[in-house]
Design a protein around this ligand. Structure first.
Ligand SMILES: [Zn+2]
Length: 72
């Protein structure tokens, strides 16, 4: 299985900037390039986490386990 690559670039539309990913994802239009870049970075992170989660469906994150035990 080849993982989808997520590489975001910032594209400018008029006076707005928005992040665009190689996977087809697009961020919201922002007035600030920094914001658009942050959107892209957040997407890359989310996508990477989702890919890792789908690669290991049975494995729970370490953050989940203690909360789960405490709740029971
Ligand atoms: Zn992506």
């Amino acid at each position: 299985m080849v993982p989808v690559r997520h590489t975001c670039t910032v594209v400018h539309t008029g006076s707005f900037a928005s992040a665009r990913c190689t996977c087809g994802w697009r961020g919201s239009a922002r007035r600030s390039i920094g914001r658009a870049r942050a959107d892209g970075a957040a997407h890359e992170e989310t996508a990477a986490a989702a890919a890792a989660a789908s690669a290991l469906p049975a494995q729970r994150t370490r953050d989940d386990a203690p909360a789960d035990l405490a709740a029971r």
